[in-house]
Design a protein around this ligand. Structure first.
Ligand code: S3P
Length: 442
């Protein structure tokens, strides 16, 4: 049956010029609500990302009895209830498209006195949850999943958790953060080892809320018994949203863009390293620390890019930016090779397959491998792209039109609102010839 979907139509060519501040960091915004809710006293957040994923987190805590004002112009005020002040929600918690909400909340809620049920949309209900439920069970949590290990998750409260030492098989900040949040409620010490550095916003924010934790080599540890104190959080712009313009301005001749107030946490800046290795010209200006997180302005001017073999250690540091980076690879001279990135197959969509299909539809040679892709740069034609409801796929192909020969049509773009409200207007303001409208898919 034909159905109507939000469709982007982008006319080919053009360049990006001007200045902008992209919306707030998604990872930091989620964590500000979670920690603010279980802190004592009030937490004031500015620069909050008012996107659907973060609104799902706010709604979940409201259902658990937390008073949260806003978001209004990026400002949120959370009236913390303390570590033991949450109350169970009668209704299941609908976390929409948000993997971060589900994985971090599963840890936080395993230590509560009440039961919780967590579910999401079609994409989230397909994503692997055993990576969190298995270690949580070994801490004493009781959680039901589907036979496939997916949501809905039914978390049985009233369990006594105990700390574990967990050597994570995947480099995942969501798993790390889940276990640290469970550790706030577990007897003894909870220790997590990451096989490679991943985003450390949870650790930095624990410090901001006055909760002690320690790093011992690649182990991160905390003990229960402390408390979080309400604080102020200034959320930087999301480098993952900035990435579309870093790539767009790099590939479109004549572009010159200044991105302001971008979060530059070193566990997130792999996209800058990778683009520079490909020959991009990115200038980091006015570097500063705001609220415990590095922030800077980034000026991007277009340069011819060349293909590279992407160093594997950069993969966790740019995990959400690969759809955009694949577009850069498609516009680069020669071949780009990515390995060690099997995690991309279990994001909001299978980002290796979906990007390979979309690039191929535009006439680019893109060969998926089990843990990565090989992309040979070339001339992009025009064509229709199925984004599979994945926000980052939709925005990446929108940007690709800057180097296409014909119109690029991207269907199923509604979920751009999960991470980047206002994308179409901001992109158009910089010069992308994009329109968005509900259309009936053929
Ligand atoms: C996130 C961690 C990453 C990332 C996601 C946000 C976080 O997921 O892809 O968009 O906020 O902790 P993994 O930890 O599964 O790699």
């Amino acid at each position: 049956m034909a159905h109507s979907t939000l469709t982007f139509r982008i006319q080919p060519g053009g360049k990006l010029q001007g200045e902008l501040r992209v919306p707030g960091d998604k990872s930091v915004s989620h964590r500000s609500i979670m920690m603010g809710a279980i802190a004592e006293g009030v937490t004031e957040v500015s620069g909050f990302l008012s996107a659907e994923d973060c609104l799902s987190t706010i709604q979940a805590f409201r259902q658990m009895g937390v008073r949260i004002e806003g978001p209004e112009a990026g400002h949120v005020r959370i009236h913390g209830v303390g570590l033991h002040g949450l109350t169970g929600s009668e209704a299941p918690l609908d976390l929409g498209n948000s993997g971060t909400s589900m994985r971090l909340l599963s840890g936080l809620l395993s230590g509560q006195a009440f039961d919780s049920v967590l579910f999401g949309d079609e994409s989230l209900n397909r994503r692997p949850m055993k990576r969190v439920t298995e270690p949580l069970k070994s801490m004493g949590a009781v959680i039901d999943t589907t036979n496939a290990g997916t949501a809905p998750l039914h978390i049985h409260g009233g369990q006594r958790l105990h700390g574990i030492a967990y050597d994570m098989p995947v480099a995942s900040a969501q798993v790390k953060s889940c276990l640290l949040l469970a550790g706030l409620y577990a007897d003894g010490e909870t220790r997590v080892r990451e096989p490679a550095p991943t985003r450390d916003h949870t650790e930095r924010m624990l410090t901001g809320f006055g909760y002690p934790w320690r790093r011992d080599g690649d182990w991160i540890a905390l003990s229960s018994g402390g408390s979080l104190r309400g604080t102020q959080i200034d959320v930087p712009s999301d480098i993952s949203s900035a990435a579309f313009f870093l790539v767009g301005a790099s590939i479109a001749p004549g572009s010159d863009v200044l991105l302001r107030h971008v979060g530059m946490n070193p566990t997130r800046t792999g996209v800058i390293d990778i683009l520079r290795l490909m020959g991009a010209e990115l200038e980091v200006l006015n570097a500063r620390i705001i609220g415990g997180e590095p922030v800077a302005d980034i000026r991007v001017r277009s340069r011819p890019l060349h293909g590279i073999v992407i160093p594997e250690h950069l993969v966790p540091l740019s995990i959400d930016e690969f759809p955009a980076l694949f577009v850069a690879a498609a516009c680069a001279e020669g071949e780009t090779v990515l390995t060690g990135a099997e995690e991309l197959r279990v994001k909001e969509s299978d980002r290796i397959q979906v990007m390979a299909d979309g690039l191929s539809a535009l006439g680019i040679e893109a060969n998926p491998t089990p843990d990565g892709i090989r992309i040979r740069g070339g001339q992009l034609g025009g064509g229709a792209i199925v984004s599979h409801g994945d926000h980052r796929i939709a925005m990446s192909f929108a940007i690709s039109a800057l180097r296409a020969q014909g119109e690029v049509v991207v269907r199923d773009c509604r979920n751009v609102a999960t991470s980047f409200p206002g994308f179409v207007d901001l992109a158009a303001g910089l010069g992308l010839a994009i329109t968005a409208a509900d259309e009936t898919a053929p």
